[in-house]
Design a protein. Structure first.
Length: 354
């Protein structure tokens, strides 16, 4: 059971997130950069950036990248891996706003079907791709639309409830997504699968930043500047071995996320309307912050479907972004850590990275 849970819930989701990062996310960043530069004047290179970003962010390309990422993470044979490009493209387009979840489910099944026949016949180069693609295509026709609708509905529900109850949902979304970020699962894939944008996306970004920046500052005594970079710009997942040894070391980051989440939703009204995958990235490569900024100027299709519109950010928007993503996570987690060290819940060396 643990083997399959790792294969499908950890490896496959992580691969999907990487596929999203290398297509939709990078494409959105490059395209937005080009569009903003074009405001300075017409320029062939700026137009090229817009075109390059559009190519990378095309739904067919994104679906193919996700499926290949899933197959690569599952370590499937080469012919299965390459065939998943067609499966992912079809599933993502057919799944609509909930396409990422459709790709995840369908690509996993198609990959396993392909693995069953891989290298079992003398015409493997025909049989394996045919089985993988036909199985994926059949599942796409039968289920992708409905998987997409279900995923999109969950996302819309979370966005709607966060608007309705920004304080409590701010806490819930921030804590849950932040915890998912540090666990060996993909918070980015979860946010992408459900199209988490708007205030809910903002709360998710806050929770992820609380974990990453929080642990970076909390463990500075043990890990110094290397820990700041590896956790603050990399991943707080590095702390999982220490959390297993002493779960109390996780409390400062969790408590911090429970504070910054509702501050993001209630006080600063911070929305993440860029690519939904950015909601689960935190400060990893500053992707979460880039997603917020991108969403101000050009909301993603998913965000527009949730009622988002482009805005011209003001001082409060920028202030909220800096406070929620950088200053408050570091300050609050440091304060909680100081208290927990004083009462003996956290001891010297508990947060040392291997």
């Amino acid at each position: 059971m643990n083997k399959y849970a790792k294969r499908y819930l950890i490896d496959a989701m992580s691969g999907m997130a990487q596929g999203l990062f290398c297509s939709l996310l990078i494409g959105t960043i490059v395209k937005t950069l080009g569009q903003q530069l074009l405001r300075l004047g017409e320029n062939a290179f700026f137009k090229f950036l817009v075109d390059a970003g559009s190519f990378a962010g095309d739904a067919h390309v994104v679906g193919a990248a996700m499926a290949i990422g899933i197959g690569f993470a599952m370590q499937v044979p080469a012919l299965v891996l390459f065939s998943l490009a067609a499966v992912g493209s079809a599933a993502n387009v057919t799944g609509g706003a909930g396409g990422p979840l459709a790709v995840l489910i369908i690509a996993i099944i198609a990959a396993e079907m392909g693995c069953l026949v891989s290298k079992k016949t003398k015409v493997d180069i025909i049989v394996t791709p045919a089985v993988t693609i036909l199985c994926g295509a059949l599942l796409t026709v039968l289920t992708a639309k409905y998987i997409g609708i279900a995923a999109s509905s969950v996302g819309k529900f979370l966005v709607w409830t966060t608007k309705l109850h920004p304080f409590w949902m701010g806490i819930l979304v921030s804590v849950v997504v932040g915890v998912a970020l540090t666990l060996p699962i993909s918070s980015a894939a979860i946010c992408a699968a459900f199209g988490l944008t708007g205030l809910a996306g903002g709360a998710a970004v806050a929770g992820c930043c609380a974990q990453m920046v929080g642990f970076a500052v909390l463990s500075f005594r043990e890990n110094h500047w290397g820990g700041i970079l590896s956790q603050g710009l990399g991943t707080s997942m590095l702390q999982m071995p220490n959390i297993i040894k002493n779960p109390k070391v996780w409390l400062p980051a969790i408590l911090t996320s429970a504070i910054t989440g509702p501050l993001a939703t209630c006080l600063f009204k911070m929305e993440m309307n860029g690519a939904a995958v950015s909601s689960g990235m935190g400060t990893c490569g500053l992707v979460g912050q880039i997603g917020v900024v991108t969403g101000w100027f050009e909301p993603s299709e998913v965000a527009i479907g949730h009622g988002a519109a482009a805005i011209q950010p003001g001082f409060i928007d920028w202030l909220g972004l800096v406070l929620i993503c950088f200053i408050l996570p570091g300050l609050l987690c440091w304060l909680f850590g100081k208290i927990f060290r004083k009462i003996g819940w956290i001891k010297d060396g508990d947060l040392l990275l291997a």
